[in-house]
Design a protein around this ligand. Structure first.
Ligand code: NAD
Length: 497
């Protein structure tokens, strides 16, 4: 066990009386309520943030709108905008350990994961998106408008920043997903209000300071902390918010979509999943076992694309079941700041209860459970990792998104049966196929209902590979060279000459 010591500057940040980040500076909330931030490893309070009121949200929107109308950021040359965003990536690199520790302390995840995926991933994604600032293009058109006689026309399109964007962020990777919600909007020239989850608000607050230090003009990037039911609702219903970029649960996504529809605000939704893996009899078992252990249990399964259902063709079933069982019994469990612990607490007491509820009801229904290590600290928000063998397809644990360290393992007679059961879900975010057959690798992915299908891998993402959901897993795609399209409007300009 190697427990990482908290940096003094991280402790100083935790001890601050955080306000809201509006107009490039800290401003107090006009309300008096505070939201506590907990360390999931101990269950103790490590800080607090402002609980934004309706008036606070209105001020943040006014600041973003004011900066958009002033045009400083959107009219900056694309190369200058790119330079500012690249500088922001450099500042995240400079403060990588600070941000990784802050993330682990508020979210609970392994410090190793925080270093690689949060502060490390944030740098990669910021640099990728920064580069898109200088790749925004339109088209020119030869048109055949017949009137007036003899007139000639030239038409072209411009991609213009959409306006004020609300970026609403979940708690599972607060910094990295925060970057996904904020950066494409900034790269396109929009002004942004970010609202992190009330459970994990701290890294976005620090990120806001870094954005100002990098040279993002005041008002272009604001961060408000507060409850989804109040601050979040006010943001998505605000008439001056032109676009909502949301990552979170499917029920919240549906509610936001309804609000946006009522005023035709643009909306992108990255939502939940119930992501299957199909393991064919010819797959390499050691690759399957190590790949699915990561895909199902990394960050305690609190990954939208995590593998939660595994369908294995009968001849390989016992081997895969035994391998995953061994992996489970070998897992070390402990606080995220212990860099040797693979399983850490889940994010909150409420989420711990929710996941435990799914496990208890499956267990009471007679499901065969294989358990991993016990929680080391009764005060931390730990959930004992579990493998559920051959559960009924109708039980909630098999159908609903659990978002915890739990994986179901089901024996199937054929690839066709696996495919039918894998697709029998309202979700369609991600899935994987495990096989050594080139033929199967070509034939099956097009028939799998998911925005991403991995072959012989699962949960591996890249900024250049579009990511998003089919069915109830969302609308729109993040990442890739077309990412900024969702943050721009196409304007046709037609010149008679
Ligand atoms: P959540 O839906 O409870 O909350 C997400 C955010 O929405 C929070 O900031 C919350 O305060 C805010 N919010 C809540 N109610 C709101 C409302 N009525 N109006 C506006 N904002 C509101 O989700 P969560 O529990 O924080 O995150 C976990 C979920 O996120 C899981 O379902 C997971 O699958 C999903 N997720 C999806 C992706 C993806 O890319 N598809 C990535 C990560 C997480």
């Amino acid at each position: 066990m190697t427990v990482v010591s908290v940096l003094p500057e991280v402790q100083a940040f935790l001890d601050r009386h955080h306000g809201l980040y509006i107009d490039g500076t800290w401003t107090p909330s006009n309300g008096r309520e505070r939201l506590s931030v907990f360390n999931p490893a101990t269950g103790s309070v490590i800080g607090s943030v402002a609980d934004a009121t309706v008036e606070d949200i209105d001020r943040a929107v006014a600041s973003a709108r004011g900066s958009f109308l002033k045009r400083t950021w959107r009219d900056m040359s694309p190369a200058a905008r790119e330079r500012v965003l690249l500088r922001l990536a450099d500042l995240v690199e400079r403060d990588a350990e600070f941000l990784a520790q802050l993330e682990t302390l508020e979210q609970g995840q392994s410090i190793t994961l925080s270093r690689i995926l949060e502060s490390g991933g944030a740098q990669s994604w910021i640099r990728y998106v920064a580069g898109l600032s200088t790749k925004i293009t339109g088209q020119t058109f030869d048109v055949s408008i017949p009137l007036p006689l003899e007139a000639r026309y030239t038409a072209y399109t411009r991609k213009e920043p959409i306006g004020v964007v609300a970026g609403i962020i979940p708690w599972n990777f607060p910094l990295l997903i925060g970057v996904w919600k904020v950066l494409p909007a900034l790269a396109a020239g929009c002004s942004v209000i970010a609202k992190p989850s009330e459970t994990t608000p701290l890294t976005m607050l620090r990120f806001a300071e870094l954005a100002t230090e990098a040279g993002v003009p005041d008002g272009v990037f604001n961060v408000v902390t507060g409850l989804g039911s109040l601050a979040g609702e006010r943001l998505v219903r605000h008439h001056n918010v032109t676009k909502v970029s949301f990552t979170g649960s499917t029920p919240t996504g549906k509610r936001i979509a309804e609000h946006c529809a009522s005023r035709l605000a643009r909306v992108s939704l990255e939502l939940g999943g119930k992501n299957p893996a199909i393991v064919l009899a010819d797959a390499d078992p050691s690759r399957v076992i190590s790949g699915l252990t990561m895909a199902g249990f990394m960050n305690q399964g609190q990954i939208c694309a995590a593998c939660s259902r595994v369908y294995v063709e009968a001849p390989l079933f016992d081997t895969v079941a035994a391998g995953l069982q061994n992996a489970l019994s070998d897992m070390s469990i402990g606080p995220g700041m212990d860099d040797a612990a693979f399983i850490n607490p889940v994010v909150s007491a409420a989420h711990q209860m929710k996941v435990q509820g799914f496990l208890d009801s499956a267990s009471e229904a007679g499901a065969e459970m294989v358990w991993g290590p016990q929680a080391p600290d009764p005060h931390g928000f730990y959930v004992r990792p579990a493998l559920v063998i051959n559960p009924d397809d109708a039980v909630p644990l098999t159908r609903d998104e659990v978002f915890g360290p739990v994986m179901t393992l089901t024996r199937v007679a054929s690839a066709e049966e696996a495919l039918a059961r894998a697709n029998d879900t309202p979700f369609g975010l991600a899935s994987s196929l495990w096989t050594r057959s080139v033929d199967a690798a070509m034939r099956l992915p097009p028939r799998m209902d998911a925005g991403t299908v991995w072959v012989n891998s699962h949960v591996m993402i890249d900024p250049n590979m579009p990511f998003g959901g089919m069915k109830e897993s969302g609308i729109g795609r993040d990442f890739g060279t077309g990412w900024l399209d969702a943050f721009t409007e196409t304007k046709s300009i037609c010149i008679q000459h």
